[in-house]
Design a protein around this ligand. Structure first.
Ligand code: AMP
Length: 571
């Protein structure tokens, strides 16, 4: 009876969402009013001269657009334990660390109960739509989730990555139970101090509960691919553990060992079965449904910079549906995936009009003084940069993401994630985004796919140390590929950047021949480890796709690990 009561009422959730999105403009007005009323006494807003006004027009006239850099001194004072209200009316008790993969180092952003509530609202909304099309039964979820170390700021505030702040919140577990998506691994594994050990234990728990697993998930799809690539390496060891009922000595952290000991019992039949299944697979195709016969779908953010992992994920998933999770950031949530049956490549996110106040800078205009438009004023087919005003102390904050409006659900827009705005390969008049890079890599990777090889991961940089400057693309490949083919890949990459500025510059050699640098296997793992060392967490990790000068440590890792390089002769 109790279990029944805890399960979410999905029809009610959908009904509420429909009502709210039919009235998005008013809901936005009300949301802004609430944010400004709750936080009007904060120093930041006091200095804006709003004098109690809460309407969008006054807000836009008084409050400037800002970037993280502008707010940094305020956030730092909050982190240092300022007594007076700085950004929010109620004191901020927790700081989130963003993944920092764009700028090279994690950023501090405020986190509070309201942000946790909006997180749950987003989770519930997309679950309601998802469960209508892909109902899951009572069971468990194999979730590759990891929380980072929690530290304290100078002022005594908790500091952890945004996902850590969510995973450690007591509401998170309740929400997962209500969504029948309880993690199969014990908490000790999620909060374990070493991600390699936690990953191994997640896999082991998944195998122990293999028949109960209803879904496989992680925050970003990268972690799922990483998990099954690791499975390919450690599956025999996992089987040994299951056969003997004894955990490998590689797992050293005592709380993780004792939590796992409670689950692990000698089970030679299961070990035999897994061994048989693994041996019968062709290049691990369909591994996920083979191991987890009742899995209904695979879930995690799969758009944007996660798209390059989809090919591998589909290989592991065979015909199990891939469903992209929602769109948000450490700064706040934006939209939910309410069309779960669409493949990740076509996924859009419907903005929830009550989780923040949203504005959009039209990118078509490309003017010095951007004129943002409101949530319901955006136009289908146009691209915008997202601006957030949140319940956690960010006002007219430029998130730096580019989205395209694909349509409307009632009166709220459905956004497609396009790219990060500042991630760009550019030397002179050329402009290539991470999406352009991704498409070029996809095209060139087809040439090595013919040899049953794949690009495990990739990155890029513009090398302007000599004149003319040129693009450098770094590839980690799954095995040996002949020089001949790689040379062809290099030419193909060069030809695949179709931006007019690039092509014309290449033709007159104002941009030099593109260089493909193949790095040793494991190089991208070193990059991951580098970020983990800075306090990032695998759950939020995104491989930096364009490595700029602010990120010289990553560039150094890439450059130190080059096995071979090729210059294009395409022009
Ligand atoms: P962080 O706060 O460091 O974890 O990163 C947040 C950023 O991740 C966002 O600003 C986006 O660039 C990216 N992101 C988050 N959700 C999605 C999504 N559903 N699709 C594509 N990119 C996303």
């Amino acid at each position: 009876m109790l279990e029944k009561m805890e399960i979410l009422d999905v029809e009610k959730l959908i009904g509420d969402f429909e009502v709210m999105t039919k009235d998005a403009e008013n809901v936005q007005r009300e949301t802004l009013k609430m944010i400004l009323e709750e936080n009007g006494c904060a120093e930041y807003l006091q200095n804006m001269g709003l004098n109690g006004r809460t309407d969008p027009e006054s807000f836009k006239a008084c409050v400037p657009l800002v970037t993280h850099k502008d707010l940094e001194p305020y956030i730092q004072r909050v982190a240092d334990g300022a007594f007076s209200p700085i950004l929010t009316g109620k004191p901020i008790t927790t700081i989130s660390l963003s993944s920092g993969t764009t700028q090279g180092k994690p950023k501090f952003v405020p986190f509070n109960d309201e942000l946790m509530e909006t997180t749950l609202q987003i989770y519930h909304t997309s679950f309601a739509f998802r469960n209508r099309e892909f109902p899951i039964e009572n069971g468990k979820a194999l979730q590759f989730i990891y929380s980072s170390k929690h530290s304290k700021t100078k002022g005594g505030l908790f500091a952890g990555t945004a996902t850590t702040n969510v995973f450690r919140n007591s509401q998170f577990k309740k929400a997962m139970t209500a969504m029948q998506s309880e993690c199969c691994s014990p908490d000790e594994v999620i909060v374990g101090p070493d991600f390699h050990q936690s990953l191994y234990c997640h896999l082991l728990c998944g195998l122990i509960f293999h028949e109960e697993i209803q879904l496989v998930s992680s925050t970003f799809a990268y972690s799922i691919v990483l998990a099954f690539r690791t499975f390919e390496q450690v599956w025999e060891e996992l089987c040994d553990d299951i056969r003997e009922g004894v955990l490998t000595s590689r797992i050293t952290f005592p709380p993780v060992r004792s939590a796992m000991a409670k689950l692990l019992k000698p089970n030679p039949e299961l070990a035999d079965m897994i061994e048989k299944k693994c041996s019968g697979l062709n290049n691990w195709y369909g591994l996920i449904p083979e191991l987890f016969p009742n899995v209904k779908y695979i879930y995690g953010i799969m758009t944007g910079c996660m798209e390059p992992y989809l090919k591998k994920l589909r290989h592991y998933a065979a015909d199990v549906p891939l469903i992209s999770a929602d769109y948000g950031s450490s700064e706040g949530w934006i939209g939910a995936n309410i069309n779960p049956s669409l493949p990740p490549e076509s996924t859009t996110y419907a903005v929830l009009p009550n989780i923040g106040y949203f504005e959009f800078i039209p990118l078509k205009e490309n003017v010095e003084e951007p004129k943002p438009v409101g949530l319901t004023e955006v136009k289908v087919g146009e691209e915008y940069e997202v601006i957030i005003t949140s319940f956690a102390g960010l006002y007219r904050y430029r998130l730096g993401d580019v989205v395209k409006v694909m349509g409307f659900h009632n009166s709220t827009p459905e956004l497609k994630f396009v790219c990060r705005r500042n991630l760009m390969l550019t030397i002179n008049i050329d402009k290539n985004t991470e999406k352009d890079l991704q498409l070029a890599v996809e095209e060139a990777a087809k040439l090595i796919a013919e040899e049953k090889r794949e690009v495990i991961d990739f990155s890029s940089n513009v090398d302007v140390s000599a004149d003319p400057g040129h693009y450098v693309i770094f590839w980690e490949i799954s095995g040996e590929v002949s020089d001949e083919v790689l040379k062809e890949c290099c030419n193909c990459l060069d030809r695949s950047f179709v931006d007019a500025g690039y092509v014309s510059s290449r033709k007159v050699n104002a941009i030099g021949p593109l260089e493909l640098r193949v790095v040793w296997k494991g190089t991208f793992h070193k990059i991951l480890d580098h970020y983990l060392g800075l306090g990032a967490v695998v759950s939020q990790f995104k491989t930096p796709r364009c490595v700029g000068s602010t990120n010289n440590k990553v560039l150094q890792i890439l450059c130190d690990n080059v096995a071979k390089n090729y210059f294009s002769t395409a022009f």
